[in-house]
Ligand binder design. Structure first.
Ligand SMILES: [Zn+2]
Length: 340
């Protein structure tokens, strides 16, 4: 407790009560001033990007749902700002320092309240590397993530994602002289309160990865699913992930009372079923087909053509050709694992 207070005293004073609630009592303005943007920023032919107020005090900038590239400058996730009474709270600010500076300038169009916290959904750098730009202006900003995430990024995942994103976007300069690691642990089941805003944290043990948190902002009834949910774009399922675990998570969420808004890690936000069903149904088809192949003792490449036909609605999603076969094999491996 004391350690937390000492580290924060420099630019803002936070009191952490026994219940874990954090309230802001005194906030000094930062010394650096960022040049104020007057309009959104443009990426190649992909359009102009700015925060839009969705409802209540929630502002989302939906990045282009595609792989990182030179054109998108490595920006393709959905940074969000929650405007609290005295401060701003950011969720997944973006994929590198340079994009982070542009996003910061856009945040300042919402309000000049200070950014006191960044909550990061999981270990992949396209979601949290932009902490770097926010930290430059707010060095005492709290950065929250699941303990597994913090461990993974410090044990090589940050370097791995730096290489991936640098290769694809060539825009990572300034991101890694020291990675902007999360500095506060956030476990599943925790209710985090910052400046009157309440966030309920859920940790699916293995879904998109084993480092994810799903964040429900109770004040606005908004759920941030990170990459456990994507729309219009596919990403990889790595060794720490579970497609079956992700299905279970999304099915559990759909059984609960509907909230106002569901925000995927990539792609457009919306109501429960329109936002969750497409990816959920995709994963269910993948697991179903992989299960049949496993039982029939057939290799996944032998059934690929049939599966592609069954997934015709998904062929327009970004990275379908790259990822579908890998997802099928991953689901096959999970069937095999469960059998042992
Ligand atoms: Zn991810």
């Amino acid at each position: 407790m004391k350690k937390i207070l000492f580290s924060l005293i420099a630019s803002l004073i936070l009191f952490v009560s026994n219940s874990g609630a954090i309230s802001l009592t005194d906030i000094k303005k930062p010394s650096t001033v960022t040049k104020k943007a007057t309009k959104g920023f443009t990426l190649g032919n992909l359009g102009t990007f700015e925060f839009k107020k969705d409802h209540a005090n929630v502002y989302i900038m939906h990045g282009p749902p595609m792989n990182p590239s030179v054109e998108n400058e490595g920006f393709m996730n959905n940074p969000t700002v929650i405007e609290a009474a005295h401060s701003l709270i950011v969720i997944d600010p973006g994929g590198n320092y340079n994009v982070g500076k542009k996003i910061l300038a856009q945040i300042e169009r919402i309000s000049d309240k200070p950014i006191v916290a960044s909550i990061n959904t999981h270990k992949h750098g396209d979601h949290w590397f932009a902490n770097k730009a926010l930290l430059e202006k707010y060095p005492n900003m709290l950065i929250f993530a699941h303990p597994n995430m913090i461990k993974a990024v410090k044990n090589g995942e940050a370097d791995k994602w730096f290489s991936i994103l640098q290769r694809l976007s060539k825009n990572l300069d300034g991101t890694n002289n020291e990675f902007p690691y999360p500095n506060r642990e956030l476990k599943g089941g925790k209710l985090l309160t910052i400046d009157g805003e309440k966030f309920l944290i859920r940790h699916p043990q293995r879904a998109h990865t084993d480092t994810d948190i799903v964040i429900t902002h109770l004040n606005s009834q908004t759920m941030f699913l990170g990459d456990n949910l994507m729309k219009s774009r596919f990403g990889a399922f790595d060794d720490s992930s579970s497609i079956m675990g992700d299905i279970k998570l999304l099915e559990d969420i759909e059984k609960e009372k509907e909230l106002k808004l569901y925000v995927p890690g990539h792609g457009p936000s919306g109501k429960m079923h329109e936002t969750i069903d497409p990816f959920l149904n995709y994963m269910k088809i993948i697991v179903d087909e992989a299960g049949k192949a496993y039982k029939d003792d057939v290799e996944t490449y032998e059934i690929k053509d049939r599966v592609v036909k069954r997934l015709k609605d998904y062929q327009k999603w970004d990275a379908f050709d790259d990822q579908m076969g890998k997802h099928l094999q991953k689901a096959y491996d999970e069937w095999e694992e469960n059998d042992m």
